[in-house]
Design a protein. Structure first.
Length: 162
């Protein structure tokens, strides 16, 4: 009896694992955005980001992101490369329309400066077919020579999902 029960449990678990494996598929994204600096160290920036990862079922995606953020103001400009993990939760309303919540966590590396530090960005948005629009908050902490600052911004992005 134990062998039969073990076989049934193993067969059932294999069936569940196969169905989940079929619902995981590649998902890539490319976003172009603008961030309006806020706070004491609020500097505007233009963003070009990509996330490459997997869509898991209809409600979740997980991926690795890489971006180019061009910071500029009247005193000059700097380029940062945020490298991050991205997680999204979707609430599909129809086959084409899905509101979502997103979180990026990672590290920003200075290209034109030695400063670098923790990067994070929570946001909400809407995906319609292959097009997505999102708004959110972004914070880039920078440390250089013992001095640390946090540069925050309100962010708006449009992008494509493929």
């Amino acid at each position: 009896m134990k062998k039969i029960l073990s076989f049934v449990v193993a067969f059932f678990m294999f069936g569940i694992a196969s169905s989940y494996a079929q619902s995981v598929e590649y998902q890539g994204e490319v976003d172009l955005g603008y961030s309006f600096g806020i706070g004491d160290f609020g500097i505007d920036r233009i963003n070009l980001h990509t996330v490459q990862g997997a869509k898991i079922g209809d409600h979740f995606s997980l991926g690795a992101g890489l971006g180019v953020d061009w910071y500029y103001n009247e005193y000059g400009s700097d380029i940062m490369l945020p490298i991050y993990l991205n997680a999204k939760g979707y609430l599909p309303v129809s086959d084409k329309f899905s509101p979502f919540a997103s979180l990026d966590l990672g590290y920003g590396v200075g290209v034109t400066t030695n400063a670098s530090g923790f990067y994070w960005s929570p946001s909400i948005g809407i995906k319609y077919s292959k097009l997505k629009v999102q708004i959110g908050y972004v914070s880039q902490s920078l440390s250089d020579s013992g001095v640390s600052v946090s540069m925050s911004a309100f962010q708006f992005k449009v992008g494509l999902v493929f």
